[in-house]
Design a protein around this ligand. Structure first.
Ligand SMILES: *[C@@H]1O[C@H](CO)[C@@H](O)[C@H](O)[C@H]1NC(C)=O
Ligand SMILES: *[C@@H]1O[C@H](CO)[C@@H](O)[C@H](O)[C@H]1NC(C)=O
Ligand SMILES: [Zn+2]
Ligand SMILES: [Zn+2]
Length: 516
């Protein structure tokens, strides 16, 4: 204890001395409510866990609180100032889920954004709505639960059935205050719900909130049941909070909920589809074509005209297939037969082009063409293979490429024309696979930093007219295979060079390695 205090004093002095800034703690110490927020959601371990044995808040040093604030800010996607700035202050009062955000264990170096708990060890799961709230009838709750469960079901191959009586796997109820599970609700506002992972599976909604099911109704006091239910179902299926702001598992209340984020989907696949990895094709190819994997709430109007804009340069990946440039964004694919030259009839939904790809896949992160002309699409640890006319052939696991078990997902795969080897990239490292012999080259994985001046993680790598190009965000680089580094005149803006997009002032910023 003494040693700790001395260290703190020293570092405090160091801090003020070097930066010339006063320590926030003296100006605005956190309120007891703010402290308990930091503890409740896992950002600040309790003094006991710190080993002080002192049960008062005095045991927290300014540094431990500042670090906790930084963790909280990072998770929420705010600048990590470590101080109680106005944006951070607002978070304390936001509506949110009552489940902890992080477990304060030594963070693994290869941490994933989604954290996993336990999965149900069966595919058929029962649920029961015990009661409704004073503002939402039980039958409405049942209807929205059915929609919400239906959104998650395909990503884990799960089926849900409602029972009216007895103990269901997932029990939904509206309760208030201290309701016996050790996680009391707090009246109107702030915590609106929480749920327990399998095998418990209970979903509790705070009955002191005003629940509604019309998110267009702009009443701050009304909490949208569906938005919260989709999130809580994630917990009841075993998912934890995600720091990805556009994911459903982000802990702060956001409306409207429109679709699962890839982060949510990967979490589900990791929990529920892992046992399929070693097996042969268990899924039959899906033949419906007009179904859109994007979901909207029942009753809400889908914007038929919605289409992402390629010139905003936010595409998921691109690849050269049959000597044409395929660009993927959300559920769409564009095909260009040359730079700037769009093939007629595109964009199309990629599910209409690659029939047999499960509809649960709503984003294509990486795709490549094998030397024999076959086209392979990767998602999680699975891949789906098509012939060069895009007829479905088979699915398999990335274990077939001898990728180790701890790799959850590949970010980019491409076939190099330089050595005819297949490069399989996972963010910061990559493997080199020889398809002609079915062997991994020795001494892999290697670090992406081996490729000098090439950014990583890369969104795409393609071979176009004999040259290798890497893409990330709005920029691309041409790679010099001999020098193993990017060509000196790169990066350049992707949209203006590859697609038919007008020059913009933003574009100038894309020709340097820094910035957006
Ligand atoms: C709903 O059921 C739970 C569990 O039986 C009970 O504790 C709670 O008071 C009920 N809520 C309402 C609003 O009736
Ligand atoms: C790669 O394969 C192509 C087609 O089979 C062949 O023409 C080329 O010479 C090969 N390149 C190398 C470096 O082996
Ligand atoms: Zn939650
Ligand atoms: Zn509860």
């Amino acid at each position: 204890m003494i040693v700790r205090t001395v260290l703190c004093v020293l570092s405090l002095l160091g801090c003020t001395g070097v930066t010339g800034k006063a320590i926030y703690y003296e100006e605005k110490p956190p309120t007891p409510e703010e402290l308990s927020f930091l503890k409740r959601y896992g950002y600040l371990s309790s003094p006991d866990e710190q080993g002080d044995g002192d049960d008062t808040d005095y045991a927290y040093t300014p540094h431990s609180i500042s670090d906790a604030l930084k963790r909280m800010q990072a998770f929420a996607g705010l600048p990590e100032t470590g101080t109680l700035d106005p944006e951070t202050k607002q978070l304390f009062n936001k509506k949110r889920c009552g489940v902890k955000d992080i477990e304060m264990s030594p963070a693994s170096s290869r941490s994933r954004r989604y954290i996993l708990q336990q999965a149900w060890n069966k595919k058929s799961i029962t649920y029961r709505v015990v009661n409704g709230s004073s503002t939402m009838e039980k039958s409405r709750v049942e209807a929205w639960m059915e929609v919400g469960l239906g959104i998650w079901a395909p990503h884990g191959d799960l089926s849900f059935s409602r029972i009216e009586e007895g103990r269901a796997d997932i029990q939904v109820s509206f309760v208030s205050g201290n309701h016996g599970d050790g996680f009391p609700f707090d009246g109107p506002g702030h915590i609106v719900a929480h749920a327990f992972p399998p095998p418990h599976g209970a979903m509790h909604f705070d009955d002191e909130e005003t629940w509604g099911d019309n998110p267009e109704e702009e009443d701050e006091d009304v909490t949208d049941f569906f938005a919260v239910a989709v999130h809580e179902i994630g917990h009841a299926l075993g998912l934890s909070h995600s720091n990805e702001k556009s994911s459903v598992m982000y802990p702060y209340y956001q409306v409207p909920v429109e679709r699962l984020h890839i982060d949510d989907i990967l979490g589900m696949q990791k929990l529920y589809l892992k046992e399929q990895e070693s097996g042969e094709s268990t899924e039959s190819p899906v033949s419906q074509t007009s179904l859109v994997p994007r979901f909207t709430k029942a009753g809400s109007e889908e914007d038929e005209n919605y289409m992402p804009d390629l010139c905003l340069t936010n595409y998921d990946t691109l690849q050269v297939i049959n000597d044409k440039i395929f660009v993927f964004e959300e559920e769409w694919v564009w095909v260009l037969y040359d730079r700037h030259e769009m093939e007629e009839g595109y964009p199309k939904r990629f599910h209409d082009v690659f029939r047999g790809l499960p509809l649960s896949i709503n984003i294509i992160k990486t795709i490549y063409q094998r030397q024999n002309g076959n086209v392979v699409i990767f998602s999680g640890r699975r891949y789906w293979e098509f012939d060069s006319l895009f007829h479905f052939i088979k699915q398999g696991s990335i274990s077939d490429y001898l990728i180790p078990k701890d790799v959850a997902e590949l970010t980019t795969v491409f076939l190099s024309n330089y050595n005819n080897k297949t490069y399989l990239i996972e963010e910061e490292r990559y493997w080199r696979f020889d398809e002609s012999t079915g062997t991994m080259d020795p001494k892999y994985p290697k670090e992406m930093s081996m490729w000098r001046q090439v950014p990583y993680p890369v969104d795409a790598a393609v071979v176009w007219k004999g040259d290798t190009y890497f893409f990330q965000g709005p920029r691309f680089w041409r790679f010099d295979n001999e020098l193993v580094q990017a060509h000196e005149y790169y990066p350049l803006p992707t949209a203006q060079v590859w697609f038919q997009c007008k020059s913009t002032s933003e574009m100038d910023r894309y020709v340097t390695n820094d910035g957006p």
